[in-house]
Design a binder for this molecule. Structure first.
Ligand SMILES: C[S@@+](CC[C@H](N)C(=O)[O-])C[C@H]1O[C@@H](n2cnc3c(N)ncnc32)[C@H](O)[C@@H]1O
Length: 240
């Protein structure tokens, strides 16, 4: 069940505005170009920010996400219908013969059990051609990102086109490592307050390497995210 942040009919349309500029995506476009991918599966595509950039470069894209409201936002960015949008998790994709699968925006941290991760890796494996790549990022636990979030309870107000002024504030509600929970609240101009509770798993690099190996993925490289130096692991793995 995706968080309200992605699945609520009032929150999905304001996600991009509060997420801010996507400097992180340039790095993924670079990796996808470097690996020569022509058909990409975007797992947890959300509002489609990466998918539309890829499609604009002539790459065939399949975007999958369990949050219907986010997919609606994504589809509106693809009026020509160049992208295949699928509602569900990676298991819903089937054998689409992608040569690369990608998970941006720390999707890798939303899987809260080994089973959820396994399900995702099985789905990705089925969707990829042999030798296809899986590229994803996850926050380094040692950088303790949640401490920065807890120290910054600031309220932010954004005038979202077509929606009006929305006020957002975030609180860290529980740190029970490796899990960190937080609540985002949004006040709309009609006075309604909508909250979204999220929990993320901060996994160690070696745990992820073991999970990938278990599912027939070989880790080729673990890089830094240039826009967030020292804060993320960017995994590049290849299926057998
Ligand atoms: C932080 S957002 C990132 C969205 C997008 N990748 C981006 O970079 O903007 C996390 C996304 O993961 C999706 N998600 C949650 N559970 C999932 C699952 N089991 N499989 C795939 N995606 C999932 C959410 O619905 C949400 O769209």
């Amino acid at each position: 069940m995706p968080d309200a942040l992605f699945a609520h009919a009032r929150l999905a349309p304001i996600y991009d505005a509060f997420d801010g500029p996507r400097d992180d995506l340039e790095h993924y476009l670079g990796i996808i170009g470097e690996l020569g991918a022509k058909r990409v599966l975007d797992v947890g595509c959300g509002t489609g920010s990466l998918a539309v950039l890829l499609a604009a470069r002539g790459i065939e894209v399949v975007g999958v996400d369990p949050a219907e409201a986010s997919l609606e936002v994504a589809k509106a960015k693809d009026p020509e219908g160049r992208i295949t949008w699928i509602h569900g998790d990676a298991k819903a994709v089937g054998d689409v013969k992608a040569d690369l699968a990608v998970m941006t925006g720390n999707v890798a941290q939303v899987f809260l059990t080994d089973d959820e991760w396994r399900r995702t890796l099985e789905g990705v494996r089925t969707a990829l051609v042999p030798g296809g790549h899986l590229v994803f990022e996850t926050r380094r636990p040692g950088r303790r990102a949640w401490e920065g979030w807890a120290a910054d309870p600031a309220h932010e107000v954004i005038d979202v086109p077509g929606v009006g002024e929305v006020e957002q504030w975030r609180e860290v509600t529980e740190v029970n490592l490796p899990f960190v929970s937080f609540r985002c609240s949004y006040r709309f101009s009609d006075g309604e307050v909508v909250t979204s509770d999220s929990t993320l798993w901060f996994r160690e690099r070696d745990e992820l390497e073991a999970l990938l190996a278990e599912h027939g993925f070989r880790v080729l490289d673990v890089r830094d995210a240039p826009d967030r130096p020292g804060r993320e692991y960017v995994f590049i793995a290849q299926r057998d």
